[in-house]
Design a protein around this ligand. Structure first.
Ligand SMILES: [Fe+2]
Ligand SMILES: [Fe+2]
Length: 372
């Protein structure tokens, strides 16, 4: 019997009770054994009580989309079936023994008796409920976030595909931005601004940097050869259009990641010396995420083939980036990128399998560089 008391005490639900208190209620627990594949309760059954696993393995699963989805396996000391004991709800999942198992069962009536007499157990089940809700919410958020990231990537691909850009470019700039932000996070002076959320957010919105190209006519986007100054001005307008798209979205939902998206879209062609566009911002007035993107975008463009230039070698691309240190690019960020350039090159190689297969790629930002 002592063994039984210590097992009840080990379970999260009753751990706050003293050995004496558990002794007072031990008769409310009934031992019950199951053979392999015995179903303890089915999804949809009325709730009769809760269980503590003594020995064996109990599988909890749910029927979803025509199949079974395993939720968890429970072993000695773990509690199951407690959620329904507080309500009139039906079982939300099925429990079955995967091998010969023993459990302690507490009927719903007896559990209510315990709750009436021991506030500590009541507090504990509240805590369990809150934890359960939190993990359910986190799981749901995870799926929503994944769906939202895929949607952003698809939208961005749509804009880029009109420009003969390859998906490889979007994945690469995503990778460069995350890498550079992660390196920045290790620098003391950026540790507050560049936290984990910043790093993940820039990865999420990086593909949207050229979303404004949806507002540039095909005749300009897809024109082979050099653009006239007028056409070039229309092309440059994509950053303003991109910023406006995000501003409209932000009026509907003030989502911080979209603020970063707006900064990226609007300011990724600003230059550190103030000679960029559209707002001629200079130095640290350019949002940090846009200074990161400027490096990522140009580095990738230099390594890619264009109608009017071959793909530069990696050395040449690095040379051009370094020439732009302090004029086109943030000097600190340039140094940081150069210090870890091997990792950037690895991202380029990783996502370049299908790159250049479409032949000509985007005419910006290298084209813009040519004209500057
Ligand atoms: Fe752009
Ligand atoms: Fe780009």
């Amino acid at each position: 019997m002592n063994e039984l008391i210590s097992l009840i005490k080990q379970s999260s639900l009753f751990s706050s009770l003293s050995v004496e208190e558990i002794g007072e209620i031990r008769d409310l627990f009934a031992s019950i054994t199951f053979d392999t594949d015995d179903v303890i309760f089915n999804e949809g059954d009325p709730v009769a009580g809760l269980y503590i696993v003594v020995t064996g393995d109990i599988l909890i699963y749910r029927h979803m989309g025509g199949g079974e989805r395993e939720l968890k396996h429970l072993s000695s000391g773990e509690v199951f079936g407690e959620m329904g004991t507080l309500t009139e709800a039906q079982r939300s999942a099925t429990a079955k023994a995967t091998c010969a198992s023993e459990c302690l069962e507490v009927s719903k009536e007896n559990f209510n008796l315990i709750l009436d007499n021991y506030r500590k157990v009541e507090r504990q089940i509240m805590k369990t409920l809150i934890d359960r809700l939190k993990s359910t919410e986190e799981n749901a958020n995870h799926y929503i976030l994944q769906a939202y990231k895929s949607l952003l990537l698809s939208l961005s691909s749509l804009a880029e595909s009109r420009d003969n850009e390859t998906g490889g470019h979007l994945h690469r700039v995503q990778g460069y931005c995350r890498l550079l932000a992660a390196k920045l996070a290790t620098q003391q002076q950026f540790s507050e601004q560049v936290n984990e959320h910043f790093v993940e957010s820039i990865h999420t919105v990086a593909p949207m940097h050229d979303i404004g190209k949806v507002g540039v006519p095909d005749a300009i986007l897809q024109k082979p050869g050099k653009l006239t100054p007028e056409e070039f001005a229309v092309m440059q307008n994509h950053s303003k259009i991109g910023g406006d798209i995000f501003t409209k979205v932000l009026k509907e939902i003030a989502f911080p990641t979209f603020e970063m998206g707006r900064n990226l879209a609007q300011h990724h062609h600003e230059r550190y010396d103030g000679n960029g566009y559209p707002d001629k911002l200079a130095g640290e007035a350019i949002p940090l995420e846009a200074r990161i993107m400027a490096l990522a975008d140009v580095y990738d463009a230099l390594l890619s083939k264009r109608v009017y230039k071959p793909a530069f070698t990696h050395e040449k691309a690095c040379e051009i980036i370094q020439e732009g240190r302090g004029t086109q690019f943030d000097p600190l960020l340039t140094d940081l990128m150069m210090a870890h350039i091997g990792e950037f090159e690895a991202i380029y190689k990783q996502h370049t399998g299908n790159c250049n297969l479409l032949g000509e790629e985007s005419q910006e930002p290298v084209r813009e560089q040519d004209s500057s």
